[in-house]
Design a protein around this ligand. Structure first.
Ligand code: NIG
Ligand code: FE
Length: 397
């Protein structure tokens, strides 16, 4: 048995509004015990029980690890050139994905694995303890399945995104490609994935094709999620709500009907501030969603084209400044919101029974994540009660 006591916590976010103040369920002068990977006790520091190991937090803020419900970590190459072009006025185009598809197909398994592992290291360093990742840069049966095999080495939350864009070799034959996506490719990928996703957008897949792809995924045992309303108003959000998607992601352009659909459904609205930032899009108004009663999540969408960041603290800062969220709403969206977007009840909170995924902030308040943007804000990350240490190569002395 190994138990860890986090002692002298200045501010503990239980993640359970019933266990404390505000959307984060905050309590002061707290302590927390993780045993065999699970939270077993939360209470006042004055009543803290003994444990095998004691971490003296010395008044810092302690949060549940961030849950990043949307990322694309398996890819090769970069899109620095596209990013530079945007700085001089060019727009983001969905077709840029094909550049990464070509590089990914050319890469060895080990290159893809090493690249993804580096990004996972960055995620943990910045407080992410659960993350989702997708295929979508292979776009052949062999390459999609390969991406998912590598993804599965990293996380259980893997998503089949064969319907990311139509690859070059199917140009002019969208229906031929969809046939593959719902046919052999799905057969090869379904055993390796939990979720099925479609990029619903002009330049990617329309609503009817997306509906068919999601239905085929569901028939193969996958649960749906959708990339929707990123580049303009479109049918993606309504479609996601209609099919009972766990989450519709991006939601940069929302009509009143979209907001109503989200508020009236169990589908989470996942906002991706890194995308709006990096692609120079308008920032959606999260207040509209929250005030209507929708559940909001924040995720990095880490990918080389539209959001090459692994930092949820950066996303939280943007959400506070640009989406109109309060710091506690934004942190809740990056923890319990992300958990809801992945339909997980074991993460995103720190109450007895939760996984012992804990982050200790550098400062005494979660507000610092927005108030001190760009400053390293996570002092330590614990995965299932074990301190995470970076495996990344360091600069030699
Ligand atoms: O979530 N929108 C579609 N897919 C990714 C972008 C992928 C890329 O540009 O490589 C996204 O933003
Ligand atoms: Fe994405």
């Amino acid at each position: 048995v190994t138990s860890v006591l986090f002692d002298r916590i200045g501010e503990l976010a239980t993640g359970d509004p019933a266990s404390g103040e505000g959307p984060l369920g905050l309590r002061d002068d707290a302590a927390l015990v993780v045993e065999d990977g699970e939270v077993v006790w939360v209470g006042d520091a004055a009543d803290a029980p003994a444990a095998d190991e004691r971490v003296d937090v010395d008044g810092r803020s302690v949060l549940p690890g961030f849950v990043d419900s949307h990322a694309h970590l398996v890819f090769a190459g970069d899109r620095r050139r596209d990013f530079l072009a945007r700085a001089t006025g060019r727009g983001y185009e969905a077709g840029g994905i094909r550049t990464t598809v070509a590089a990914t197909r050319d890469a060895s398994d080990d290159e893809l694995r090493a690249n993804a592992r580096r990004l996972v290291d960055e995620l943990h360093a910045q407080g992410v303890t659960t993350f989702e990742t997708k295929s979508g840069y292979g776009l052949t049966t062999e390459h999609e399945a390969r991406s998912l095999r590598i993804a599965r080495e990293l996380t259980d939350e893997t998503t089949y995104l064969g319907a990311h864009v139509v690859p070059e070799e199917f140009a002019g034959d969208v229906d031929g490609y969809v046939e593959l996506v719902v046919g052999d490719m799905l057969t090869a990928c379904a055993p390796l994935a939990r979720w099925v996703d479609v990029f619903v957008e002009d330049g990617a897949f329309d609503a009817d094709r997306a509906r068919a792809i999601l239905a085929a995924g569901v028939a193969a045992g996958l649960a749906p999620r959708v990339h929707a309303n990123q580049l303009g108003h479109g049918p993606g959000v309504q479609l996601g709500c209609e099919v009972g998607a766990a989450s519709v992601d991006h939601c940069t352009f929302l009509s009143d009907a979209d907001v109503d659909a989200l508020a009236g459904s169990g589908t989470v609205a996942t906002l991706l501030p890194g995308v709006d930032f990096s692609t120079r899009m308008p920032y959606p108004d999260a207040r509209r969603l929250i005030d209507a009663g929708a559940t909001v999540a924040l995720a990095t969408d880490c990918n080389p084209g539209s959001s090459f960041t692994t930092s949820l603290p950066f996303c939280i800062a943007l959400a506070v400044r640009e989406y109109g969220m309060t710091p506690s709403e934004a942190v809740a969206a990056a923890t319990s919101g992300g958990a809801a977007a992945l339909r997980r009840t074991d993460v995103g909170h720190l109450t007895p029974g939760a996984r012992g995924d804990v982050i200790v902030l550098a400062g005494t308040s979660h507000v610092d994540l927005a108030y001190r943007p760009g400053v390293p804000s996570v002092a330590g990350t614990w995965l299932g009660g074990r301190r995470w240490r970076s495996a990344a190569p360091q600069l030699p002395e």
